[in-house]
Design a protein around this ligand. Structure first.
Ligand code: HEM
Length: 392
């Protein structure tokens, strides 16, 4: 059995491959693409917590070349202590209290999109809703003017897209990322000069005094890297989670009805959707030392992917792991990462998904999805739908 994260057929259904890997090759080696893969829950969790051995500094997806990783600094491609310093600065914009204040904004955007959709009795859930809600939310937070938001979404989409069976970043993806960076650099310099009530202005002026008394502040290029990261991380993944959720709930109408009758059960259902089909299927790392696991030694400098998608279905960690069950207790949520890089936007992702499902169920509780007409995105570690035709 071969694991090829660039195969379009693999994107359609990675789960048989994951099952085989967990059972027969928990430390898997792919010579052709030159990487190792860990697939069991305990191994993925332990590696996520050990950033000294499993470094992010050379990128977290297989196809990133070092020139791209070094173009603008992003916390996701750094190790502590550099990552800790920057994360501490940007965390100011993501405190639970600040995120909670966004609920009316999120609900307003969700209701507006759904009210435009509802009379048609049919449409594409991704294009009409799931792709639009998160980019509106994150753009409003960052301070991107409304007229530029669709362009930002397209650049981050293109920046993550990959060609079939090709383990390099396509030229179009590199160009889209460069444009995104140029855009945010211009916005950062402008907001530094003329601050407004938005995150980019807040972060441009945020700072803290470190242990040796030095004032730490974000440079324009650090601010650029953070905004570009947010534009992709803050929108693509939530779009995939929402698309995955409606397809899973349409497959399980009795479970969906439970959520319609009791919206209080939605947060737990969101956790199960994250576990069942994680929008981010693996986190890439590079080894800083030799590691021996299950009797196999992976050498220093080896590229290792931590297969979240496989670990979340590990029967060693979850009873009846292949069953979708919105009442299941997901005690450790791997789909949002762990350790130093644990998802900074986790509270926002959960809030957006809860509000989206509450408002969708209030207006369109019994939608139907023709899965034969759904299409998938082809991004190396992002898993989900590009299009979900829905009728009601
Ligand atoms: C369902 C939605 C989401 C999923 C599945 C998800 C998943 C993840 C995962 C797995 C990581 C860890 C990456 C690693 O270890 O290399 C991560 C990190 C991150 N996420 Fe999310 N994420 C989601 C939503 C968001 C949102 C809404 C935002 C921001 C608004 C966000 C911002 C970030 C950032 C900035 C990091 C990097 C943190 C660091 O390196 O310290 N994410 N996310």
């Amino acid at each position: 059995m071969e694991l090829n994260p660039f195969s379009y057929a693999f994107h359609d259904d990675p789960y048989p491959t994951y099952r085989w890997l967990r059972a027969h090759a928990p430390v898997y080696r792919n010579d052709a693409i030159d990487f190792w893969a860990l697939s069991r829950f305990e191994d993925v969790l332990a590696a996520s917590l050990d950033h000294e051995t499993y470094s992010s500094a050379k990128g977290t997806v297989l196809e990133l070349d070092p020139a791209f990783v070094d173009q603008v600094p992003m916390i996701i491609f750094m190790d502590p202590p550099r990552q800790t310093r920057l994360r501490r600065l940007v965390s100011k914009a993501f405190t639970p209290a600040r995120i909670a204040t966004l609920e009316p904004l999120i609900r307003g955007i969700a209701v507006d999109l759904l009210e435009r959709m509802a009379p048609a009795r049919g449409g594409d859930f991704i294009a009409d809703f799931a792709a639009r809600l998160p980019i509106e939310v994150i753009s409003t937070m960052i301070g991107v003017p409304p007229a530029d938001r669709e362009q930002i979404r397209q650049w981050s989409d293109e920046g993550l897209s990959r060609d079939a069976d090709d383990a390099v970043m396509p030229r179009a993806a590199l160009e889209a990322n460069a444009r995104l960076n140029q855009y945010f650099y211009a916005l950062a310099t402008e907001k530094r000069a003329r601050p407004q009530a938005d995150m980019i202005s807040l972060l441009a002026h945020a700072g803290f005094t470190d242990d040796d008394g030095t004032l730490q502040q974000l440079s324009d290029i650090e601010l650029t890297g953070f905004c570009s990261l947010l534009a992709a991380a803050g929108s693509e993944t939530v779009t995939k989670l929402l698309g995955n959720a409606v397809v899973l709930l349409a497959r399980h109408p009795a479970q969906r009805q439970r959520l319609v009758d009791d919206p209080g059960a939605i947060p737990n259902a969101v956790e199960e959707c994250l576990r069942y089909w994680p929008p981010s299927q693996y986190q890439g790392r590079t080894l800083t030392r030799d590691v021996t696991l299950h009797g196999i030694t992976m050498p220093r400098d080896a590229r290792v992917i931590l297969l979240t998608g496989a670990a979340c279905r590990d029967e060693r960690a979850f009873a009846d792991a292949d069953r979708f069950d919105i009442g299941r207790e997901v005690s450790v949520q791997l789909a949002l990462g762990h350790g130093a890089h644990k998802c900074l936007g986790a509270a926002l992702a959960r809030l957006e998904s809860r509000v989206a499902l509450e408002e969708l169920h209030a207006r369109i509780p019994a939608y139907a999805i023709d899965e034969s007409q759904c299409t998938r995105v082809h991004m190396s570690n992002v898993h989900g739908f590009a299009s979900v035709p829905m009728t009601w």
